[in-house]
Unconditional design. Structure first.
Length: 267
């Protein structure tokens, strides 16, 4: 795809561990991005937040993100606000994300929900490499139907997101989401089923497979208490958990995801 802006927007972050604390070993970025000073966590980890001077994603945007989590590091990646994919008069935007999590480290990938505006088209690919079972990952992705307050419910042209996770070089998870509302019954069974937001979560296996079964049961309990949401938990062949939750508000799905994250992190 031709990039009419003439350059690719890039963010590259490498986190390592020094004196018992996670630090940023290397950071680079290009306009419109920059990186805030990390927030320190009580356990010695850090939270990083890429900031964007743009109003959102525009037609022709090409973005490349890279996250490297060195051995022993604890990194949480956040975003500054809901991500807006703006109306496009033809064309589309693309993003590519590469992640590498080394042994005995953990990555929380925890961005804000995505809002695809009417007539927008966006495609994202994300590849995550976990070095071995000691490399931990908590992943969250929330996608809305559009700007419901503007009566833009499923009026975007395309939203595509492919997430592939490998452990020790072997693929353990793939989510290939591709929505084209003009061609698909987005409100019907098998898709959004009348809801406006969907959250996808991945929780990597902890040391004991029995523990993951306990976490799955606890997640079911959390979901059953939420009357305005619906969802389910799947224990994968690899021992990891995949969770999908439907709701009517992005903030509500984030609140549920926060409970699940804390549950997983405390085990």
């Amino acid at each position: 795809m031709e990039n009419k802006f003439g350059k690719v927007s890039r963010v590259s972050i490498c986190a390592g561990k020094k004196d018992g604390k996670t630090i940023l070993e290397d950071v680079s970025f290009t306009a419109p991005y920059k990186i805030m000073t990390p927030f320190e966590k009580e356990n010695g980890g850090i939270q990083v937040m890429p900031l964007c001077a743009s109003a959102g994603i525009m037609s022709g945007d090409l973005q490349e993100f890279s996250y490297q989590v060195r051995q022993g590091a604890d990194l949480e990646v956040l975003s500054q606000s809901f991500e807006k994919i703006h109306k496009m008069d033809g064309g589309e935007a693309k993003r590519d994300i590469k992640v590498n999590v080394e042994k005995d480290s953990v990555l929380y990938y925890y961005p804000q929900p995505v809002i695809p505006f009417a007539d927008s088209a966006f495609e994202s690919t994300m590849e995550i490499q976990l070095e071995d079972k000691s490399a931990k990952l908590f992943f969250l992705d929330v996608i809305s139907c559009g700007r419901t307050a503007h009566e833009e419910r499923f009026l975007y042209r395309k939203f595509a997101s492919k997430v592939t996770i490998y452990r020790s070089g072997k693929m353990i998870y793939r989510d290939n989401t591709r929505y084209e509302p003009e061609k698909m019954p987005m409100e019907k069974i098998g898709l959004y089923e009348g809801y406006t937001h969907v959250a996808n979560l991945f929780l990597s296996e902890l040391e004991d497979g029995k523990v993951m079964s306990e976490i799955a049961e606890r997640i079911w309990e959390i979901l059953e208490m939420e009357s305005e949401c619906d969802g389910g938990v799947t224990k994968l062949c690899s021992g990891d958990l995949a969770v999908r939750i439907f709701g009517y508000r992005g903030q509500k799905l984030q609140q549920i995801a926060e409970k699940i994250k804390k549950l997983w992190a405390d085990y």
